[in-house]
Ligand binder design. Structure first.
Ligand code: GLY
Length: 268
């Protein structure tokens, strides 16, 4: 039975690491700005709180420059969660504290081992289906590990070939339960339409990563004004947050939180 789409009501975040200067990135465009990243992270947390989300911020780890991108460390499906084995080997030390936090909120946490790799940025839930990018960071064994956990909640996993893209959700995210925003350079909009979604093409690449808050509200990067306008024209209530300092380390809005779906429902 298809579960209802519900507003996000709880999320784990993780503070920006004092080691931020060493965060992974595809393009080195000069030194990363810790103060700006921390400020934008705080703005993001505030936006979630103002949207009614119960936010818990885990402490940063100075040895883990990418730890604020907490979404990559686990996939939560109902009462069960899969602790990931990130494809980026330098990020594997981020996972344990997130497991502890998930256990403390009552999740049954499952592990995956080599050769499997998977990052949460590759997992897009649409109803009872998890679309999983086969990407730079997630391999077929990782998809199989997730499929085993998803089956415990009656969910189905469908792999999506991405070629050289970093993460599926760099190219497609939900604006609401039935509407996706897509970067056509990463994911074919026709393929996404085949998932039963209404498709809006992002006008800016970073615009393809938005966070559906529920009840018609969507969080959009301030750096994607034309995408925001397209979403408003669809009748969505858009809230923007600045993220340029985080984008420079290939972080996007969804990467910054691990949403905990309400029992019996699903959320972005
Ligand atoms: N800097 C985020 C990542 O590359 O995983």
């Amino acid at each position: 039975m298809r579960r209802p789409f519900v507003p996000i009501d709880a999320a784990l975040l993780r503070a920006v690491s004092p080691g931020w200067a060493g965060a992974l990135r595809a393009v080195d465009d000069g030194p990363l700005d810790f103060a700006a990243a921390a400020r934008q992270h705080a703005d993001y947390a505030r936006a979630l709180v103002q949207a009614g989300v119960a936010v818990t911020v885990l402490p940063a780890d100075p040895r883990q420059p990418d730890c604020c991108f907490i979404e990559d460390t686990a996939v939560v499906v109902g009462r069960h969660a899969l602790a990931t084995r990130p494809g980026a080997a330098t990020r594997r030390g981020e996972v344990s504290p997130v497991v502890d936090a998930l256990v403390s909120v009552g999740c049954i946490v499952h592990r995956m081992g080599p050769p499997a790799t998977l990052e949460g940025g590759d997992v897009l839930r649409v109803g009872d289906v998890l679309y999983v990018g086969l990407s730079q960071r997630t391999n077929r064994a990782g998809v199989e590990a997730l499929a085993a956990v998803a089956a415990l909640e009656g969910l189905v996993v469908k792999p999506v070939e991405l070629g050289d893209a970093m993460h599926l959700k760099g190219g497609v995210t939900l604006a609401d339960a039935d509407t996706a925003v897509v970067d056509a350079d990463v994911v074919d909009p026709a393929q996404v339409a085949g998932w039963g979604l209404s498709v809006i093409e992002a006008a800016e690449p970073v615009g393809a990563n938005v966070l559906a808050l529920g009840r018609g509200r969507v969080l959009v990067p301030a750096e994607a004004p034309a995408t925001a306008e397209r979403l408003r024209r669809r009748g969505l209530a858009v809230r923007t947050v600045e993220g340029a300092a985080l984008h420079r380390a290939d972080g996007r809005l969804t990467c910054l939180s691990l949403r905990l779906p309400r029992p019996g429902g699903w959320c972005a």
